[in-house]
Design a protein around this ligand. Structure first.
Ligand code: ADP
Length: 483
């Protein structure tokens, strides 16, 4: 791989300010999902290295939390600037190990940096309050203090932004962090660590451990020193980590799976809805937790929407993220591809109709055609499970009540979208959807100033926005007797 700054390409982990291999020298191979070729190796660390990273974060904590918020903000601003300065190299890494088109990868670097900038600003605003006392002799005060050592376990679909969205608020609040990135995308995480070191964060404030997820996860969850775990990934793993954190009563932030409905009412602007659908469906080849998973379309507009969405989907160029004009990269791996294929096969067996795509892409490997299916029904797998791929299944509904009931008929509650031009319906449906985030006449909802997160089994807590830093702060109440 060719980077302008080859210093960003690391084959070691950052623990306590030292770049180290695994104790036993074992490595994890990182491959390009577009062609299966090896692009690098990183340490395959386990329990012992994780314990050392936790100890390093613990040792760095007293001095880090004692700094002024302004000083922490300055270091975060320096990191933000370095991420932006190296956005092209970071994009190259993101595309190489994650597969998304280069332009999308660069967008992620900029989006990821926006959390660092935002939380650098928020660092100075962790206000407490005074409470009017019920007794004349006491004065009541609330202050905010950092939670302590935090762990972050992050996924491969946003290998940069899911780290900064956790690490930036943690560092801003005065916490120190141990990050365990996904096995498929550790190179971006290590490059972020290089830039953090260059920005001037003291040794031990930001540590990255790559390797065996079970061994590292066990240590992070079991350690009484780690006071908080922030995880983004599947609901199954989130559930497991939550249980593993129970013995030490850790604070938790969980960003888990979704099953996002995308509702199009008869009164919608169809072309705007198609634009929104393309944005909400095909980002990162359908591999985001807020990607529209189920399209619920009212019968009066069904055929028109279906035809237009299929027409647009057909035009999306499929290829390696490095090729020009590509809109859809490969799936992350063979298992990801197999899931999309299984969902399509199940839907076809139960009576769905292919409007476009429907099969692997002719270039082979992990590539799948952008696919639109009509006449999809609620007994199909796509109704229940997150496909995490370029598949748009179209369900039909008649009434608003039916649409809301269908949309809410899932254990997930992350993102939902709907298109309507009726202002009353906007409010009614917006309030009735059991989701943490709702896009009204838009398919794009993520940014650093808004609270990202889910309800039901999609998670706990919020990231980004003024709420994001609260996840890394404890509330302390001080009661003064003034006599
Ligand atoms: P996905 O299905 O999208 O890969 P996962 O939930 O499996 O999502 O992965 C998200 C993150 O969780 C990754 O960093 C992965 O290594 C980590 N992970 C997976 N299994 C475990 C586990 N048993 N303990 C700790 N972390 C895990």
């Amino acid at each position: 791989m060719n980077l302008q700054n080859m210093n960003l390409l690391r084959t070691t982990n950052l623990i306590g300010g030292q770049w180290i291999p695994a104790d036993d020298g074992q490595t994890l191979t990182v491959v390009d999902p577009a062609d299966g070729r090896e692009i690098g190796r990183v340490p395959r660390c386990g329990a012992a290295e994780t314990q050392r990273a936790i100890a390093a974060a613990d040792a760095a904590l007293p001095a880090w939390r004692a700094l002024t918020a302004r000083r922490r903000a300055q270091l975060l601003q320096a990191w933000n600037k370095l991420i932006l300065d190296h956005a092209d190299d970071l994009a190259t890494l993101i595309t190489a190990e994650g597969g998304k088109p280069l332009a999308e990868a660069k967008g992620e670097a900029i989006y990821g940096a926006s959390f660092v900038e935002w939380f650098a600003e928020e660092a100075k605003r962790t206000y407490g309050e005074s409470i009017p006392s019920p007794a004349s002799n006491t004065r009541l005060l609330v202050v905010k203090q950092p939670v302590g050592v935090c762990a972050a376990i992050t996924p491969w679909n946003f290998p940069l932004a899911m780290i900064t969205r956790k690490v930036a608020p943690a560092l801003a609040a005065g916490c120190t962090v141990v990050v365990k990135p996904a096995e498929s995308t550790p190179l971006t995480a290590l490059a972020l660590a290089v830039l953090a070191e260059q920005a001037g964060f003291p040794a031990g404030v930001f540590n990255v451990v790559t390797g065996n997820p079970v061994a590292i996860g066990n240590e992070l969850c079991a350690s009484p020193i780690v006071r908080k775990l922030s995880f983004t990934g599947s609901t199954a793993v989130g559930r497991l980590l939550m249980a593993q954190c129970a013995p030490t009563i850790k604070k938790l932030s969980l960003e888990l799976g979704g099953n996002a409905p995308f509702i199009v009412f008869d009164d919608a602007d169809v072309d705007a809805a198609v634009d929104g659908a393309i944005a909400a469906k095909y980002r990162n080849t359908g591999q985001t937790c807020v990607c529209a998973n189920r399209f619920l379309v009212q019968s009066g507009i069904y055929e028109e929407f279906a035809r237009k969405l299929a027409e647009r989907s057909r035009t999306l160029k499929v290829g390696a993220g490095t090729e020009s004009g590509v809109a859809q990269g490969p799936l992350i791996n063979a298992a990801g591809l197999a899931k999309v294929e299984a969902h399509v096969a199940d839907a076809l067996a139960k009576g769905a109709r292919v409007l476009c795509g429907g099969a692997r892409h002719e270039r082979g490997g992990n590539f799948f055609q952008p696919t639109v299916l009509a006449d999809v029904s609620r007994d199909m797998l796509v109704a229940r499970e997150e496909t995490f791929g370029p598949l748009a299944p179209l369900f039909r509904f008649e009434t608003e009540e039916e649409a809301v009931a269908m949309a809410n008929d899932t254990e997930f509650g992350l993102a939902a979208y709907f298109f309507t031009r009726d202002i009353g319906r906007s409010w009614r449906v917006g309030e009735a959807l059991e989701y943490g985030m709702v896009g009204v006449n838009t398919g794009m909802i993520s940014n650093e100033v808004a609270p990202f997160g889910g309800i039901k089994q999609s998670g706990v807590g919020r990231e980004g926005s003024k709420y994001g830093i609260e996840e890394y702060l404890e509330v302390k109440y001080l009661c003064f007797d003034v006599r």
